[in-house]
Design a protein around this ligand. Structure first.
Ligand SMILES: C[S@@+](CC[C@H](N)C(=O)[O-])C[C@H]1O[C@@H](n2cnc3c(N)ncnc32)[C@H](O)[C@@H]1O
Length: 309
């Protein structure tokens, strides 16, 4: 007979079995309480994630605004490298808050992923544009990026004077017609929309901006806005190779000495013509523009002093 099934052994082990039984029961009770608490926590998290999702996910916008810590760390490192500033994290954080706030309150959206948009907004002010507060944006869509940039420059003490060039004919134009699909926001690309957004950055009564409707390659458009030298130029209009080449040639003439030029979507595989155009432009020699580097999918350039005008 095995030892443990012997009646004497069973009797001797009875108190121990009772103790084990009691422990198991009390642990089961504790585990049940823990599971209950975890369920309550999960329900609370689900509620929070619904609210955060409504604020930050891509629905109705095209790109989500929920970057990972890894994405932000990479972005901060890139901003620091291109700008040489030790305030890159502060600038990226400030840019992110600005994007979320203005997209929540504004009309339409900003074009581009979170790293792309925050990279531009963080880096431009840190590059300390020259004395000229004039900013030119070629291709504005809803004007929300221009609005955000105005805010970001102000934080660095620069009161921007904004010039915008865009056809603003109701929808986004690109030479590749497939890109002209309806916008995920459903908002028309119109001047009144751009003005509504710019009003979020500056009171209309003391508005510091002008909007030139038309294509950046048009002689009339160029003439109208070539009356000054720009401290910052953002090239984000026609994304074809030919369109970007034409914009870069024009920018050479109108950017201030030491001015900052940003070429959006550089290195973005969705827009190969952008990269081809900049590489070709810089390789052709004689350019005033010096490539400082890339942040996310934007190239940053600084204008050397013009030899003669
Ligand atoms: C990518 S969106 C601009 C996005 C905006 N900069 C932003 O960050 O939210 C491109 C804009 O350029 C406009 N566009 C297209 N060709 C243009 C041209 N030749 N000159 C000026 N704007 C142009 C489009 O209609 C569109 O509004």
């Amino acid at each position: 007979m095995p030892l443990l099934t012997h009646p004497l052994a069973r009797r001797a082990l009875r108190p121990l079995a009772a103790l084990v039984d009691q422990r198991v029961r009390s642990q089961t009770r504790a585990t049940r309480t823990e599971i209950g608490a975890l369920r309550t926590e999960l329900d609370a998290l689900k509620k929070q994630s619904t609210a955060v999702g409504m604020l930050l996910d891509r629905t109705g916008r095209g790109a989500h605004r929920m970057p990972s810590e890894g994405q932000i760390s990479t972005l901060v490192a890139q901003v620091a490298e291109v700008s040489g500033s030790s305030h890159a994290r502060r600038a990226v954080t400030s840019a992110f808050r600005t994007v979320v706030a203005l997209e929540a309150l504004g009309v339409g959206r900003m074009a581009g992923g979170t790293s792309n948009v925050c990279g531009k907004l963080a880096t431009i002010p840190l590059l300390a544009p020259p004395a000229s507060p004039d900013v030119l944006e070629i291709g504005t869509l809803y004007g929300l990026f221009a609005t955000s940039l105005t805010r970001m420059l102000h934080r660095e003490g620069i009161e921007a004077r904004l010039t915008i060039v865009d056809p603003l004919i109701g929808s986004q134009l690109q030479p590749d017609a497939a890109r002209e699909a309806a916008d995920p926001t459903g908002t028309p690309v119109r001047e009144d929309v751009v003005r509504a957004n710019l009003a979020l950055a500056s009171a209309p009564a003391n508005s510091n901006y002008r909007i030139q409707k038309g294509f950046s390659q048009d002689a009339d458009v160029r003439k109208a806005v070539s009356d000054r030298r720009y401290g910052v130029v953002v090239v984000d209009g026609d994304h074809s190779r030919e369109g970007v080449l034409a914009d870069l040639q024009w920018v050479e003439e109108i950017v201030a000495d030491g001015g900052v030029v940003v070429l959006d979507d550089y290195g973005d595989t969705a827009w190969p013509g952008v990269g081809e155009a900049l590489d070709e432009h810089l390789a052709s020699g004689g350019s005033r523009l010096e490539l400082l580097g890339r942040v996310a999918t934007s190239a940053f350039l600084r204008a050397r002093p013009a030899v003669s005008r």
